[in-house]
Every structure is written in C-alpha cells, then in structure tokens.
Design a binder for this molecule. Structure first.
Ligand SMILES: Cc1cc2nc3c(=O)[nH]c(=O)nc-3n(C[C@H](O)[C@H](O)[C@H](O)COP(=O)(O)OP(=O)(O)OC[C@H]3O[C@@H](n4cnc5c(N)ncnc54)[C@H](O)[C@@H]3O)c2cc1C
Length: 448
C-alpha cells in the first residue's frame, strides 16, 4: 500500500436505473474499510438485488470493483470509479446433503451461514478468526484459519458463478473445469463479480477450546511440530517480549480420538483459569467460549463472536505465509526484531495451514505457517517496519496476505507465484480490458 491509499478522492453519486445508490453512505460518512485506515477513493456505491441487476450494471460500467464486508487493510478492494455491493443478495440457495455442498449468494457472510448449516446438521472445515466477513471476499483473498490439516477457506469452494466484464454468467466447478477453476477461486476480485459460491460441507461437530499462558520460546523452538499438531486448530499469540509465547489457543473436536487432553501444563505453559482475549489486557467479552466448554464448531473455530467487535478495532494488520519447513527459523528471525516491533504491536499470531492447489493461494503446493501482526494504527511506524520484517523473511520466500498491508515488490511476487502468468491470462479471458482492475491489481499483478 502507498500514500495514495490515504488520500481522499470523492466523485459524485450517480444513479443507475437498475441499481439503487446507497445514499446513506454519501450523506453521513465517507466510505471506509472496516478498520478505518483506508478511505476508499470513491463513495459511489451501488447495491444489486438480483443477478440481472448485476449483469446490467456490469455491462454499463467501464470500471468497477465489488466491495465485500470491507475487512481488507490494503487497497485491494479500492476503486476510483464505483463499487458494487451484493450485501442484500444473501440467500442460502441450496443445501445438498448428498453432494455434501451448500450454495450461497455472494453477499452471505460466514456469520449468517454457519448457524443455519449447523441447525441442518452440517459444518464447514474451518473459519477465520472472525465470522463477520463475506464468503466471496474471504475466498477471493485466500483467508485462512489454523490447523495442520486444514486448507485455507478457499479450499472449501467447489463451484463459483461469476459475471464477467461482458456481463456474461460463467459457471466454474472443481469437477468440470480443472485448471481454470483452480485459477479462479483465489481471484483477488480480478475476474469479475462472484454471484454464487458452492462450499463443501461435512457433518456438524462439537469443539472445545482451551487457552494456555506463557510458553517459553525455547519450548516452541524445540517442540513446534508437536505443539502445532496437538489439536484441530492451534494459534500461538506473542508480543515478542520476554522470550515467550503469551497465549496458546487450542481448538479440538470433542469425539474420542480427536479430543485434546487438557493437562494443567502444556510445554511449559499453564492452563488459563478464565476466558482470555489474545491481547491479555482486553476484556474477553467479544471472544469465543474457552475453558473446555463444548460448543458447535462455528462458535469455537473463530476467536471472536458474532455480534461483537472482533479483534481490537482501531488497528492495522500484516501477515506473511512461510513454507512450513522453515517455520521455527522464520519465527526466530522475526523475534530478533522484537525491540523494533514491540512498541508498535498489539499482538502477533502464528498459525498453520495445509497445502492446496489454488493458483494464487499462498499455500499453493506448500503447507505454511503464517506470522501475523496486529499493529497499533500508526501507519508511519508500520510502513517502516514492514520492509524490515520482509527482509528477514525473504530467504524463506514468504508470501504476504493478499488482504493485509505489505511492501513486497511486484517482481518478488512474480518470482514466488509461479502461476501468476497463467492467472493474468485467465483474468484477461474474462476481463480483456481491465474493467475490474484497480491500482492494487495493476501494480501487484498486471505490471509485475
Ligand atoms: C478483525 C479482522 C480479522 C481478520 N482475521 C483474519 C483471519 O483470521 N485470517 C485471514 O486470513 N484473514 C483475516 N482477516 C482478513 C480478511 O479475512 C480478508 O481481508 C477478507 O478478504 C475480507 O473479506 P471482505 O469481504 O471483507 O473483503 P473486501 O475487503 O470487501 O474485499 C476483498 C476482495 O474481494 C473482492 N470481492 C469481494 N466480494 C466479491 C465478489 N462478490 N465478487 C468478486 N470479488 C469480490 C473485492 O473486490 C476485493 O478484491 C481479518 C480482517 C479483520 C479486519
């Protein structure tokens, strides 16, 4: 992200016969991302209520971007020209128990889908730290949770419907469309407007969450594999101070053979005696239930509860995916920067993600660990720190999260994503004149 991201640029609200502009945005407040660090470059925002409205709006426009739930920290979703929101296209279209799939309109969030799925006896394989995000926006950026055996959230996609730049509806499925499908799922919003997503489901399950405090860094270093594979989903939180992992969140299924044995000590860390927030000083009120209380998967896999503000709110985020075999070395490389990092940090999180075959997934053909930073909202400090961290992680060919802040050079992105040239070709097939391109895509993908 560059300075321009913080510059205000507003253009007039224009009406379209098929689409109603959401004038409330224009009247009250400027259109910003969730964290408020990014004022979008236009507040022209149109809401589509049907596939036909999407198609006619796309045909009319020369350039546009789709806005999901606005949870990206960089300018990947930004537009100088106009936004389309599918927020009111929020129906669960079909639950197909025999195919083990559910199909949803692209405006649906995980928070809307999950309780419904659970009530019908089904589950998704994993979730991010919060349920508030749109499914279409999350899969477009390869959003992930944790778990050595869990792919990122995009790996659950088995089919997509996309309105291309010409206003045509294209249907792509894992079963039928091979490589084109694998290229389109983590699409960064470059191929068109996703109008429907089909996700794999599995029988619903219950989970328990335990939190441990204060693991010496040496234990993490010596037992990283055992720690990461000890539960269905494992998150390590650290402020990089005092050579310790401050909290370890372990999420396990309750059934025999899957359950986590919650001993009082875990690799030198002590089992917590009350619910905790990842940032220990903050109230755990907005966090999912801990202390081993069983509950449905969708109320344990995220760290934050629906209906509450997730994370800290006023913050910035960066995150890097490191090939799994370099996990400990990479974590220790970041730890060496603790004096520079800590004053500007709220908390860091380390997670594991399984390999996949989606072209622009940071886990393409390699399992990864992610090293995440929730920063205080001090852009100048974060802008200085990112290159330092990226330099430490460069030997491991670390890949930045597509939806968070980074300064990795486009040429570097090209060298670490071998499928990037194929992705460019695929995008050009559906969007030959760059209708869905913005500054982020032009800089990082198409000019790289
Ligand atoms: C508090 C917080 C916690 C987070 N936790 C995690 C986490 O645990 N793991 C993780 O990996 N990430 C996490 N993120 C990042 C977040 O999941 C991603 O940024 C995700 O992309 C957000 O989805 P969105 O709908 O809000 O995206 P937006 O910012 O609205 O859009 C993202 C991209 O998707 C495109 N897009 C959206 N909808 C469509 C559509 N219908 N058709 C075509 N393109 C579309 C947009 O054009 C844009 O390119 C977190 C973010 C926040 C703010």
């Amino acid at each position: 992200m560059n300075k321009r991201t913080f510059v205000k640029l507003f253009s007039a609200v224009m009406a379209s016969p098929a689409i109603s502009p959401l004038l409330t945005w224009a009247a009250k407040d400027k259109l910003k991302n969730w964290a408020g660090n990014l004022e979008y470059s236009t507040d022209r925002l149109y809401a589509a209520n049907s596939l036909e409205q999407v198609r006619s709006y796309v045909k009319e426009q020369n350039r546009l971007k789709v806005l999901g739930t606005r949870h990206c920290f960089n300018n990947i979703a930004d537009s100088n020209d106009g936004f389309l929101t599918l927020k009111s296209m929020d129906k669960v279209v079909a639950l197909e128990p025999e195919a083990h799939t559910v199909t949803v309109d692209a405006g649906v969030t995980y928070g809307q889908l999950c309780p419904l799925l659970h009530s019908k006896g089904f589950a998704l394989h994993n979730l991010a730290s919060l349920p508030h995000i749109s499914i279409a926006g999350a899969v477009s950026t390869a959003t992930h949770g944790s778990g050595e055996r869990n792919g990122n959230l995009a790996t659950a996609v088995s089919a997509l419907e996309i309105v291309t730049a010409a206003g045509e509806l294209v249907k792509l499925s894992r079963q039928r469309d091979g490589e084109a499908f694998l290229g389109a799922v983590v699409g960064l919003g470059a191929l068109g407007v996703i109008t429907k997503v089909t996700l794999d489901t599995r029988p619903t399950f219950l989970m328990r969450q335990y939190v441990y405090e204060n693991m010496p860094l040496a234990e993490m270093k010596n037992h990283f594999d055992a720690i990461q594979s000890s539960a269905y989903s494992v998150s390590l939180f650290t402020d990089w101070q005092n050579q310790r992992i401050s909290e370890i969140w372990l999420k396990s299924r309750v059934e025999e053979g899957h359950a986590f044995d919650a001993t009082p000590e875990f690799f030198g860390a002590k089992r917590a005696t009350k619910n905790l927030h990842p940032i220990a000083e903050l109230s755990a009120e907005n966090c999912t239930e801990q202390m081993g209380v069983p509950g449905p998967w969708y109320e344990r896999l995220p760290h934050f509860r629906m209906g509450f503000t997730p994370s800290a709110g006023k913050e910035l985020q960066t995150e890097y995916f490191v090939p799994r075999q370099h996990a400990v070395e990479a974590i220790l490389a970041v730890e060496r920067l603790h004096d520079q990092i800590s004053p500007h940090l709220m908390i860091s999180e380390i997670r594991s993600i399984a390999a996949d075959n989606l072209w622009l997934s940071p886990c393409y053909e390699q399992p990864c660990v992610t090293i995440h930073f929730t920063w205080k909202q001090d852009w100048l400090a974060v802008k200085m720190l990112m290159p330092l961290i990226e330099k430490e992680l460069a030997p491991f060919k670390a890949r930045p999260h597509w939806g968070k802040l980074f300064t990795v050079h486009p040429a570097e992105l090209r060298s670490i994503y071998k499928k990037l040239p194929d992705f460019i070709q695929l995008s050009k097939k559906y969007d030959p004149h760059g209708k869905f391109r913005n500054e982020f895509l032009s800089t990082n993908i198409f000019n790289s």
